[in-house]
Ligand binder design. Structure first.
Ligand SMILES: [Fe+2]
Length: 437
């Protein structure tokens, strides 16, 4: 953590809008006008296209950016395999999928000198990275900056949810700051380096192998509501002109590969396009809900969705449980008892979650796999069943969910972790029989 990083983060400017065709130049005149690949790019830069979708995908799904950089990415030595650390990837075959409800405490404190990359720890996931289908759940815990090394993920985009400590994300396309309450997204293949804005940093990552996240359709909700496109912030161009050796670590089909460049690859002076990183403040989410009775399914809290080939069936949804009013009449107001064909991983950023009185803590997480029965714990059920139904503000927490179409298989390290809570089932054990014929 450096004072410089904090000052840099506080001074950042952003481009606004989700899915926009952005453009930015760190040096006036660096961006070609009217064409992408002129015979000689301005200022002696190299032009390079970064394609996040197939060339021929429909415009609504097409993602690509043109980068104007000091050196082309192609100028590098061979990559060689390095140790994967605690990072795992789909297909997850080292343990069997577990129908039991599972819950974890936060990761143990990392050893001194653990940076963002070396602090990645995979909880589980589904699908197959090489098939570009499915997702993985990683946690991170770090206490050091990445220095002289950058990371890129060929397997998917990274949706980062800080829980403790802020991150300064130095990406090829510019800088983003992400603090607890924000979510940040690094697109597939974009290189980045993480510096810490506080003494340490902890949080969650959804690695999405599938279709890039997009805003959900709003249907009868109308033209506004949920996450507003204009609240998504992309970086402005910023580059490093450094001849220091820089290790580039690439996650490719589940493994880490390394090559040392003789310069920083964060050397993009100008860019334009739609394959861009972004940050979003989840406290800006426009929470919608019932103003009569019952409460809607939690899909009403979807921030971003990664669609599949089947309309309405997400590869993974990112859902946030933000502060909101509950006003339903004759309504059991906490989340209902539930069994779901989709699989749900939940994390907590701060405070408490309204379905669990205790045990679900910031930095921890719960996994309710396909068709596993879950819902409020005994204490929450008894309290909510007897509560006076006056308008109630839920404002003491921020929780989120990665909800995915396929069961999540925990890694061996997650299934056997010391911080796995043994006896999670007990939270539902006190539920009494109340039936009277
Ligand atoms: Fe559920």
């Amino acid at each position: 953590m450096s004072e410089q990083a904090r000052k840099t983060a506080e001074a950042l400017e952003y481009l606004t809008g989700f899915g926009n065709e952005h453009s930015s130049e760190a040096v006036p005149g660096a961006l070609p006008i009217g064409r992408n690949s002129p015979q000689r790019a301005p200022l002696g830069l190299y032009a390079e296209q970064l394609s996040g979708s197939a060339f021929t995908e429909p415009r609504t799904h097409n993602r690509r950016s043109w980068l104007y950089r000091i050196r082309p990415s192609a100028a590098h030595p061979p990559f060689t395999r390095i140790d994967n650390g605690a990072l795992r990837s789909a297909p997850f075959t080292e343990s069997v999928a577990d129908p039991n409800r599972l819950r974890w405490n936060p990761l143990p404190e990392p050893a001194p000198g653990t940076d963002f990359l070396s602090g990645l720890w995979t909880l589980g996931g589904n699908g197959d990275a090489a098939q570009r289908a499915g997702m993985a759940i990683h946690l991170y815990a770090s206490n050091a900056d990445m220095t002289d090394r950058v990371f890129s993920d060929s397997d998917g985009e990274l949706l980062i949810v800080p829980e403790r400590g802020g991150l300064l994300l130095r990406t090829e396309l510019g800088l983003l700051a992400a603090r607890p309450g924000d979510m940040a997204l690094i697109p597939r293949g974009v290189r980045f380096r993480v510096e810490l804005l506080d003494a340490d940093a902890r949080g969650y990552i959804c690695e999405n192998y599938g279709q890039p996240f997009e805003l959900p359709n709003l249907g009868p909700i109308g033209a506004n509501g949920l996450a507003a496109a204009r609240d998504f912030q992309a970086p402005v161009a910023a580059y490093e002109d450094s001849e220091r050796p820089t290790e580039v670590i690439n996650k490719f089909c589940g493994n880490l590969w390394s090559a040392t460049y003789d310069h920083s690859p964060l050397d993009v002076v100008a860019w334009h396009g739609s394959h861009v990183p972004y940050v979003y403040d989840m406290r800006r989410f426009n929470v919608l809900g019932s103003i009569s009775y019952d409460h809607p399914d939690p899909s009403i809290f979807t921030v971003l969705t990664s669609p599949s080939d089947t309309p309405g069936l997400a590869g993974v949804d990112f859902v946030v449980f933000a502060p909101r009013w509950l006003v339903g009449e004759d309504t059991f107001r906490p989340p209902y008892f539930h069994r779901n064909v989709m699989s749900e991983y939940m994390g907590l950023i701060e405070g408490a979650y309204d379905a669990k009185a205790e045990g679900f803590v910031p930095g921890g997480g719960s996994l309710h796999n396909m068709m596993s029965a879950h819902g409020p714990d005994h204490e929450t059920f008894e309290r909510a069943s007897a509560a006076e139904l006056k308008p109630q503000k839920i404002d003491d927490g921020l929780a989120f969910m990665f909800e995915t179409r396929w069961p999540i298989t925990a890694t061996a390290q997650a299934a056997g972790a010391d911080h796995l809570q043994r006896g999670y089932d007990d939270v539902w054990q006190g539920l009494q029989r109340h039936f009277r014929a």
